[in-house]
Design a protein around this ligand. Structure first.
Ligand code: KIV
Length: 271
């Protein structure tokens, strides 16, 4: 008996077909089983197990501290929940920048231990050797250009990237290099919309934007941000689809009040 449910799974080829036919790709981050189950049942195309888990799950200031084992823990929780979506896992800081052999062994660990479908790596031509080696092993790679949070200490701030011509030209060259290497998609983060549109028209692979305007092939947001869980983060590119900060606070306060007043549990809530 097959253990696989009868659903048409999203693959890297599906994403390419979506770009070719002009259908937009919807991607959100996910880090845990319960949320990933809801995301998958809602019809999300791609779940990114982002290293933003370092921020939103673990409370770190940056994405740098999260480890390979922690990413694998999050990724395997997501994979167990998913029937349809493509699961992409961020390779965390320090697991691929050193050399391409180390990069390959990190990617293999992610794929073997989590059961995910692809990895994502931040950077362009400077990591192309690692990307090549990982692709040669049959592991699909999603690129990530523009604001790359693992380099935050080099940039100094989270402001919009590639506003000047020189950086924009470099980004274009990096996007071409990722496509030529065989990446199946590229994330563009926080760059001017017209530059992102240019890149999406120039490369044949899907381009997924965050803070990169509407002229790309799909969008990604951090799930905690779009649900409004953190009420202190409101960049211009973020559309909040819920105010869970408000709803969760009110639910917690109501529970506390009910416990303190003795109204919870009532007769029908006990044995
Ligand atoms: O880690 C992450 O959540 C990401 C997205 C912001 C694209 O890389």
């Amino acid at each position: 008996m097959s253990v696989h449910k009868n659903v048409k799974k999203v693959t890297t080829h599906t994403l390419q077909e979506m770009k070719n036919s002009g259908q937009k790709i919807a991607m959100l981050t996910g880090y845990d089983f319960s949320t990933a189950k809801i995301l998958d049942a809602s019809g999300i195309d791609v779940i990114l197990v982002g290293d933003s888990a370092s921020n939103v799950m673990a409370g770190h200031e940056t994405t740098l501290p999260i480890t390979l084992d922690q990413m694998i823990y999050h990724a395997s929780s997501v994979v167990r929940a998913v029937d349809r979506a493509l699961v992409v896992v961020d390779m965390p800081f320090g697991t691929y920048q050193g050399n391409s052999k180390e990069a390959l062994s990190s990617a293999i660990r992610i794929m073997k231990l989590s059961g995910a479908h692809a990895v994502k790596m931040e950077g362009g031509q400077e990591i192309i050797e690692s990307i090549n080696r990982i692709l040669t092993a049959g592991i699909p790679v999603m690129g990530h250009l523009g604001l790359t949070p693992q380099s935050i200490y080099k940039f100094g701030t989270y402001v919009v990237r590639a506003k000047e011509d020189e950086e924009a030209e470099r980004l274009i060259e990096d996007a071409k290099a990722l496509e030529n290497a065989g990446c199946f998609a590229i994330v563009l983060e926080k760059i001017p919309a017209n530059l992102a549109t240019r890149v999406a028209q120039m490369v044949t692979i899907p381009v997924i934007g965050i803070g990169a305007g509407s002229g790309v092939d799909g969008q990604v947001l951090v799930v905690h941000d779009m649900l409004g869980i953190n009420n202190e983060f409101s960049p211009r590119f973020l559309r909040k689809y819920a105010d869970l900060h408000e709803q969760m606070t009110s639910a917690f306060q109501n529970y506390i009040a009910d416990v303190k007043s003795g109204s919870f549990p009532n007769e029908s809530e006990q044995y």
